[in-house]
Design a protein around this ligand. Structure first.
Ligand code: SF4
Length: 525
């Protein structure tokens, strides 16, 4: 038998490393060392319930495990085969017995592609990845497919960028392949900066090889032999697992010279970001990898023409890459059969705020907000009413209750004034003030503006001043008009995506909750 212990950042911060050490000691004391192995995995998604442990062969899912619980787990469960019922995840306990995790409300509407190995394999052991079909897609690409076949496969799958932009991935690769150059690059954006979003971190912590494999596939498709992963230095566990994964892949000749004896060379290096939000913007990210201050540069030229070090480059986000090996192996029709007409496949969301099951979920595109919040998320705590959900982070907007039944996809979210973004989903209840929410996100963008262009540097500051006046009750209706005017000015005149989208949280709350802005002003009178 074996025991899985979550080693993702969420569970690690609630003490899973000590839990794992104590478990190993107790297993040793009980003389079970040769029979029971302890495996550290990535995230299971139920981050609020950590530390999480799954005991096999019966797959008992223990949540909020404490050090004091370990002797009982070993003595009762591992030695005598008796499940410690009080530690079971309550949702799995039914009058008829214990049900499988996959049948709980949290999991049953999920479909895990990008997260498929997270919480299942040990991310620090390459053989575990290979054991689940890992590196087979790279093998298939190198032996059975031309670069054009790979690109066509991605175009047919309908995969769009999961970092927020939603640009078709196959088309991006096609444009980069078309440009002849002595050197091209494949980059991975792991600079996840949206407040509340942590899906990329979880993929890197739980399944780093999936990203490496996909980047090598990208290198083959566009004709590049060097990849860079730009990862936040604030993600130490992800960085460590990536380093381990890259070394293991090199040792097994899955990266480096002459992969699989095919004559194809591809290697990957890490570059650590220092936490500037703007470095998630593609041109700023490349400028930063080049060793310069991370400021955006004008487009065109686009990275597919002149990207990193002036060479054709593709940049995709972690979650986008994590889908690719599965698309290659299962075929584009498989992927395109999930989702909506223009948004195929699944999307990972980080659920946060006023919701029972805070954590990470992967759902087919087209799932409604109601299903995500009421069923998967378990609803709003303390009997409070839902007011709005914020998606898309500082670039996104708030979705009010009237759109509770809208199928979530790229285009629907934009049509109601929000956006997919990288997948942060923060739930607000009836006690939350929407002006405060807009102010929170604007404070973030003011702080993170790189200062290169005036509309963003100065405009967002002026907007924040007015918002502060409104929340203090000292603003007038003219101030509100000015705020709205500034929103459009900053949106239209800023040089990069950060400034162009910074007014969105204000605009969407004004669209749906203008009465709350006006109430702050009227209170004063
Ligand atoms: Fe910098 Fe903001 Fe201008 Fe972008 S919009 S270049 S972040 S100042």
């Amino acid at each position: 038998s074996h025991v899985l212990v979550c080693g993702g950042t969420g569970c690690t911060s609630s003490g899973s490393q000590q839990i794992m050490e104590t478990l190993k000691e107790e297993i040793k004391k009980a003389g079970l060392e040769s029979e029971v192995s302890v495996v550290q995995t990535g995230c299971h998604g139920l981050c609020a319930l950590g530390p999480i442990m799954i005991v096999y062969p019966d797959a008992s899912f223990y949540s909020m495990v404490k050090i004091e619980d370990i002797p009982e787990i070993v003595q009762e469960h591992l030695l005598k085969g008796r499940v410690v019922t009080r530690l079971l995840y309550q949702e799995t306990v039914t009058p008829a017995g214990v049900k499988a995790l996959i049948d709980t409300n949290f999991y049953k509407k999920q479909h895990r592609i990008a997260l498929r190995n997270c919480g299942i394999i040990n991310p620090e052991v390459i053989e575990e990845y290979i054991g689940t079909g890992g590196y087979q897609a790279l093998g298939k690409v190198l032996t059975e497919m031309t670069p054009d076949d790979v690109i066509q496969c991605l175009m047919d799958s309908g995969l769009r960028g999961r970092g927020g932009g939603g640009f078709p991935t196959g088309l991006k690769w096609k444009l980069a392949k078309q440009n002849d150059a002595d050197q091209k690059y494949v980059c991975c954006n792991a600079d996840e900066g949206d407040p509340g979003a942590f899906m990329d971190r979880s993929v890197l912590e739980g399944d780093p090889h999936a990203v490496l494999e996909a980047m090598a596939i990208a290198g083959y498709a566009i004709g590049a032999n060097q990849g860079y992963i730009y990862v936040r230095a604030e993600y130490p566990i992800a960085v460590e697992r990536l380093k381990i994964a890259i070394n293991q892949a090199r040792e097994m000749e899955l990266l480096g010279k002459d992969i699989f004896g095919s004559g194809f060379d591809f290697d990957i290096d890490l570059r650590l970001g220092a936490g500037a939000f703007v470095c998630g913007e593609e041109t700023a990210l490349m400028t930063s990898i080049e060793g310069n201050r991370g400021e955006p540069r004008p487009r065109p030229p686009f990275p597919a023409q002149k990207g990193l070090f002036g060479k054709p480059t593709i940049l995709n986000n972690v979650e986008t890459y994590a889908n690719i090996p599965q698309i290659i192996l299962n075929g584009p029709e498989w992927f395109a059969s999930m989702g909506t007409e223009k948004s195929k496949g699944t999307k990972v969301f980080a659920l946060g705020g006023k919701i029972h099951n805070t954590g990470l979920v992967e759902i087919p595109m087209g799932t409604t907000l109601r299903e995500v919040i009421e069923e998967i998320g378990g609803g709003i705590p303390n009997g409070k009413k839902f007011k709005a959900a914020q998606t898309g982070g500082p670039s996104g907007g708030c979705i009010p209750a009237e759109h509770f039944d809208i199928p979530i996809d790229y285009d629907n979210l934009i049509s109601i004034g929000s956006m997919m973004g990288s997948g942060g989903l923060i739930v607000m209840d009836e006690t939350d003030c929407m002006v405060d929410i807009a102010k929170f996100f604007l404070e973030f963008t003011v702080e993170e503006s790189c200062g290169k262009c005036t509309p963003c540097r100065i405009g967002t500051k002026r907007m924040l001043e007015i918002l502060t006046k409104i929340t203090k009750g000292t603003a007038t209706m003219e101030d509100l008009d000015k705020l709205e005017e500034l929103c459009y000015y900053v949106k239209e005149n800023s040089a990069c995506g950060l400034g162009q989208t910074a007014p969105n949280p204000v605009l969407s709350t004004l669209r749906y909750f203008r009465d709350e802005y006006e109430a702050h002003i009227k209170e004063k009178r």
